[in-house]
Write a protein that binds this ligand. Structure first.
Ligand SMILES: [Zn+2]
Length: 373
């Protein structure tokens, strides 16, 4: 996999100019949410640029396959030659897929085709600190309410801008759920069977940055304080980026796999749903009798500044309480069974212990029992 060029700082326009110049492109496509155009002079920049930007904003959170196909069609018809994504995980995922699909026959299924070789470069600017999508070579798309993971080494963005100022004004719920997504990614990656020295180093860095900064990061917004402490934002953004780099190597495990059903059923933010599942998945691992896993759980605990392996989960639950993470009101036994059955068990191959439908069902039961209200 190629190395990314990561620019950390606020002068994103100059960096982008330089990249566009170096890559000899003429017609970049910008994929972003509509609100992003008003942020940090984005619209001014593209309007006054010497390049002809094509702007694509026509997609929803948890983006659909058809949106990515549509974006790829626009990319082709406008003869675009560079992909710029500014936004959260959905914008960056759409851009990653559109760049890939643009090198395919759009009249056929793009989830099964191999793309023609291309030299289209991509730059991603995350405006949330959580998904880590700017650091991964895969993306999530939905087709007919089914989740698909599109993955290829070439999907990793070539350039990344980590500019803390883009986090300004994020609503508190989104902020907290993105933060939890990043924290869960870092932990899941650590205990993943695919973890290696490099991924664990990223997990460690991510957990340390996220835990050191989350209180200030979260309370800044609660107080509606417009004076941004850029350093805190920069630290959380970097923490989320490291978590992305960790799962880029290992992918995620059961907490993520279990979360998709909850997101779809209750419309919770992704990180919120992952965090609810995480509590049960973590407890399940603590209960399993496995010496190798014990070592891993103890190491994770030390990264949480805790003494015993159980303490890190206690700390994680405390964070959920502090961030006022609620549990949706459930629901029938039938719903629970359905949630358990829709988890893709084959995709749990890198989870450290095998899980069957019964165990999944009992974890879902616990989620909705433990936080009734
Ligand atoms: Zn996630």
């Amino acid at each position: 996999m190629q190395e990314q060029v990561v620019y950390k700082g606020t002068d994103w326009k100059r960096f982008l100019q330089q990249v566009l110049w170096e890559t000899y492109c003429k017609n970049p496509m910008l994929v972003c949410g509509k609100h992003v155009l008003k942020q940090q002079g984005v619209l001014d920049f593209i309007s006054n640029s010497q390049y002809t930007f094509t702007v694509f904003t026509d997609f929803q959170p948890n983006p659909d396959y058809s949106s990515a196909i549509y974006a790829a069609g626009v990319f082709k018809s406008q003869h675009c030659d560079f992909m710029l994504a500014i936004g959260g995980g959905s914008a960056i995922d759409i851009a990653k897929c559109a760049r890939r699909f643009a090198c395919m026959d759009l009249s056929k299924d793009c989830l099964v085709q191999v793309p023609k070789e291309s030299n289209i470069k991509m730059l991603a600017i995350p405006t949330t600190a959580g998904s880590g999508s700017e650091a991964t070579h895969f993306a999530v798309l939905y087709r007919n309410n089914q989740k698909y993971s599109v993955s290829d080494d070439n999907m990793l963005p070539d350039y990344v801008v980590l500019n803390p100022v883009f986090l300004e004004g994020m609503p508190i719920y989104q902020k907290n759920s993105c933060f939890l997504d990043a924290l869960c990614q870092a932990v899941e990656s650590w205990w993943s069977l695919k973890a290696n020295e490099e991924s664990i180093a990223y997990s460690k860095k991510a957990i340390s940055l996220l835990l050191k900064n989350y209180k200030d990061y979260s309370s800044l917004c609660v107080n509606n304080n417009h004076i941004i402490d850029k350093e805190i934002y920069a630290n959380v953004l970097l923490g989320a980026h490291y978590a992305g780099k960790a799962i880029n190597i290992t992918t995620t495990t059961a907490a993520h796999a279990m979360s998709y059903g909850i997101t779809q059923k209750f419309g919770l933010a992704h990180g919120h749903a992952v965090a609810l599942c995480m509590v049960q998945v973590w407890q399940n691992l603590l209960d399993s009798d496995n010496r190798n896993l014990d070592n891993v759980l103890n190491s994770i605990s030390r990264a949480f500044n805790c003494v015993t392996k159980k303490d890190a989960l206690v700390k994680f639950k405390l964070i959920l309480t502090e961030l006022k993470i609620s549990v949706p009101r459930l629901t029938t036994n039938h719903d629970i069974q359905q949630l358990a059955e829709t988890v893709n068990i084959q995709r749990l191959g890198n989870h450290p212990v095998p899980l069957n439908v019964n165990e999944l069902r009992s974890m879902y039961e616990n989620i909705f029992q433990s936080y009734k209200g």
